[in-house]
Ligand binder design. Structure first.
Ligand SMILES: [Zn+2]
Length: 261
């Protein structure tokens, strides 16, 4: 990581960024690609433009160069700042480094990956934006708890409350589709069964280690053409009734499939 700070007073937050990054890195079994991204990323630390504006962040790719920009309001509680930093580092987890390293491919629905969670359908329509936001919040929550923030501040609690329903829906999909989420110590965890490795949670494992094509294809194979696209679209437009009914439908099909084996 290289840091660009405009003010000496911001230097102490470099430590928070480094701590958040190493905590997230230690949550991975396969650290290779993420560690490389951390080495390449340039971090910009600045103050918020207005005193009433809370800490916010942004993660983007400029050509092959990765950037994270964090705009800090020093009046915000430190857990909120650490949460925002962890959220942005979460996005970095899913950014494509190069097509060679990320093994991109086209899914059943013909869509192309932008990150390993967001996709573009016909070079105009993006879907999965909200899924990625929720995934990054889930990761950020887990990350700051591992960093030692257990009792959350009122500001962070309020922010988490605002998005609680969407996040719970995304979590139910990740655990239902991925299965065995609770047993995972790592985001990309697996079991060694004799000579083979069994993935503990397909969603986390594939989105971190490979890409979303396998998730889209596997979900659509079970649920029908374009099912994953429609699921993500429902989260994007906040249609949680449809989202939840699809998660339930997936669960039922899988249950039937397993009992008939
Ligand atoms: Zn975000």
């Amino acid at each position: 990581m290289t840091f660009n700070t405009i003010d000496k007073a911001l230097e102490r937050y470099e430590k928070v960024v480094l701590d958040a990054a190493s905590t997230l890195e230690n949550d991975l079994r396969n650290k290779v690609i993420y560690s490389l991204k951390l080495q390449l990323v340039s971090v910009y630390l600045g103050f918020t433009s207005k005193p009433q504006k809370h800490t916010s962040g942004l993660c983007f790719k400029d050509g092959d160069k990765l950037h994270v920009a964090i705009f800090i309001n020093p009046d915000d509680p430190i857990d909120y700042i650490a949460f925002t930093i962890s959220h942005e580092l979460g996005h970095l987890l899913y950014k494509k480094l190069t097509d060679v390293l990320s093994m991109t491919g086209k899914a059943n629905d013909g869509s192309t990956e932008i990150t390993s969670i967001m996709r573009i359908t016909d070079y105009s329509e993006i879907y999965g934006r909200e899924m990625e936001e929720q995934v990054c919040d889930i990761i950020a929550c887990r990350n700051i708890q591992k960093m030692g923030f257990v009792e959350f501040s009122d500001l962070l609690k309020k922010e988490l409350q605002r998005t609680a329903k969407k996040r719970a829906a995304a979590e139910s999909f990740i655990s239902t589709f991925g299965k065995r989420l609770d047993e995972c110590d790592f985001i990309d965890d697996y079991d060694k069964n004799g000579d083979t490795f069994a993935v503990k949670n397909s969603f986390w494992y594939y989105s971190v280690a490979f890409g979303l094509s396998q998730i889209v294809n596997s979900f659509d194979d079970t649920m029908g053409a374009n099912a994953y696209f429609k699921l993500c679209e429902a989260l994007d437009i906040n249609d949680l009734t449809y989202f939840k009914s699809e998660v339930k439908r997936f669960q039922n099909i899988e249950k039937k499939r397993r009992s008939s084996q």
